[in-house]
Ligand binder design. Structure first.
Ligand SMILES: *Cc1c(COP(=O)(O)O)cnc(C)c1O
Length: 515
């Protein structure tokens, strides 16, 4: 290659003349490629049953397949989509597969998907009202709609001087509410006392609470993960909370924040909100309710009782991106006192000054969250609520709960298995005898390696349990029946091999003790 060509690399290649950047948003081209993309995704859903649910690739698989650097010249969408099919799809764990029963689902729907398309299509950055009034106003409206669906007390709605905001995740919601509670408390007891503030949850509370307290500057020694009570399916007992608080006060510490959970990650336990609030409020604490997964179910009147006592708390959040057909990311947070959030989280540089803000007539959501920039997430929630209507949404949720009940019934009929905790929502915790972790872990690994289903585990009260969490949009009863068949088939093999070895039971029990 001569030096001239190096200086002008484009000149000798007529196929790849530089693009005008304006053509990167040419409507005609967008229509062509957009249709192609919709077809690609529709095909993906049509074939999703054919892929192993849990990706079977090895670490580093992708670096071996892709070039070392980005292409100098444009490549056509057709080629890129081929590579997606060939190289990316095998490395996906298919969260939207009807045979996905791991973690908690993060389900999506046509409406959620189209809402996401619209919000990406507009790509407005609605940090304050004036930067896109519709983004802010729609968010306030759908949060009031949803709040009403959950029968939240009026004090959480804009009409009752509270309000709702959409965050990206529960972790952010807890960080922001904890920061608000910290500043409220420090204004009472003096900023020097931050080292005395104590945060409470149970040992079943999501790790988001610990992360938040680290970020918010709580002394790591003042983080309390109180042992949950086994006899109440691993819920936090008000008595235990009371004891922990008393001993902290005796030690000169200041109780700050309680995170109660409705639907814990391990077993979907429900902390008793009313009695816990009675204890916490006695000490002027902030109470947050994390209902990331189970909150959705509370739009059904028959499940609303799980958040009884909500009137006593300060903030409440649930992830519409888990079990509300909305797609990542969409964590709905309501607070009774937006002023507390705003005074902790607001910053008002000159370049953001504007008349509507000065008039105090508008919501500026930048002051309700960590980041300045924010996506128009309300759009997808609005589309989901409108496209399906409350009647259908309730029925979708009920059908998942019914399928979990079906799975529970199948497990209960096989005497080798046990249901570990009573089922509250759409998740079943079970294990196989012998109850040792080694056997149950082996069983889980075998069913996941089959690629036919994907489930995950939890450790609770020293027990290794397998979790079957129903919640994917396209799961039907036949998938539940198949999942149970897969579990039974692998249990047959594992228990047979295990039985062949006389001492195996004892050995495994010992191994468990050591582990
Ligand atoms: C999933 C989950 C979380 C974490 O949610 P993010 O939005 O990922 O932060 C927190 N708490 C509970 C109970 C959950 O189920």
């Amino acid at each position: 290659m001569g030096s001239l060509k190096l200086d002008h690399p484009q000149e000798d290649n007529s196929n790849s003349s530089p693009m005008e950047m304006t053509s990167a948003l040419d409507p005609v081209e967008f229509r062509r490629q957009g249709h192609m993309m919709v077809d690609f995704i529709a095909d993906y859903y049509q074939n999703i049953d054919k892929y192993p649910v849990l990706s079977q690739v090895d670490p580093g698989y992708l670096r071996k397949r892709l070039p070392e650097s980005a292409p100098d010249n444009p490549e056509p969408i057709e080629t890129i989509l081929q590579d997606v099919q060939e190289h990316i799809v095998p490395g996906l764990t298919h969260w939207q597969s009807p045979s996905f029963f791991a973690y908690f689902a993060s389900n999506v729907s046509i409406a959620g998907f189209l809402g996401e398309m619209l919000s990406t299509g507009f790509n407005v950055v609605g940090f304050n009202w004036v930067s896109s009034p519709a983004a802010t106003e729609l968010e306030s409206i759908v949060m009031d709609w949803l709040g009403n669906l959950l029968s939240l007390p009026k004090s959480f709605l804009f009409s009752g001087n509270g309000g709702g905001v959409i965050h990206g995740s529960t972790c952010e919601a807890i960080v922001c509410t904890m920061a608000a509670s910290r500043d409220q408390m420090l204004s009472r007891i003096g900023g020097d006392n931050i080292g005395k503030l104590v945060v409470y949850g149970s040992d079943q509370t999501h790790s988001a609470l610990q992360k938040a307290s680290q970020i918010v500057g709580i002394n790591p020694k003042n983080f309390r993960a109180i042992e949950a009570t086994r006899s109440t399916t691993f819920a936090l007992s008000p008595e235990s909370l009371k004891l922990a608080i008393s001993s902290d006060i005796e030690a000169g510490l200041v109780p700050l924040f309680l995170c109660a959970t409705v639907g814990t990650t391990a077993t979907t336990a429900v902390d008793p909100l009313g009695p816990l609030c009675d204890v916490a409020k006695h000490h002027g604490m902030w109470v947050h309710v994390d209902a990331a997964y189970a909150g959705s179910a509370c739009i059904c009147p028959e499940f609303r009782h799980f958040i009884d006592g909500i009137e006593g708390v300060d903030s409440f959040s649930f992830n519409a991106h888990k079990w509300f057909f909305t797609g990542l990311d969409c964590c709905c947070l309501w607070v009774k006192n937006p002023g507390a959030l705003i005074s902790s989280l607001s910053a008002n540089p000159e370049f953001l000054r504007n008349k509507p803000t000065d008039s105090k007539q508008v919501v500026d959501y930048k002051d309700w969250q960590i980041a300045l920039s924010r996506r128009f997430r309300a759009m997808k929630l609005w589309l989901v609520l409108r496209s399906y209507g409350v009647v259908n949404l309730r029925n979708f949720l009920r059908s998942h709960i019914k399928m979990a009940k079906l799975f529970e019934g199948l497990v209960a009929m096989d005497q080798r298995f046990e249901i570990v905790v009573p089922r509250n929502f759409s998740m079943v915790c079970f294990r196989v005898s012998p109850w040792v972790a080694t056997i149950n872990c082996k069983l889980l690994e075998a069913i996941n390696a089959s690629g036919r289903v994907f489930m995950t585990h939890a450790m609770v009260g020293g027990m290794y349990v397998i979790r079957c969490a129903v919640g994917v949009t396209q799961t039907e009863e036949k998938h539940i029946a198949m999942a149970w068949k897969v579990v039974q088939e692998h249990a047959d093999v594992i228990l047979k091999n295990h039985g062949d070895d006389g001492d195996a039971n004892l050995k495994l029990a010992l191994l468990d003790k050591i582990a």
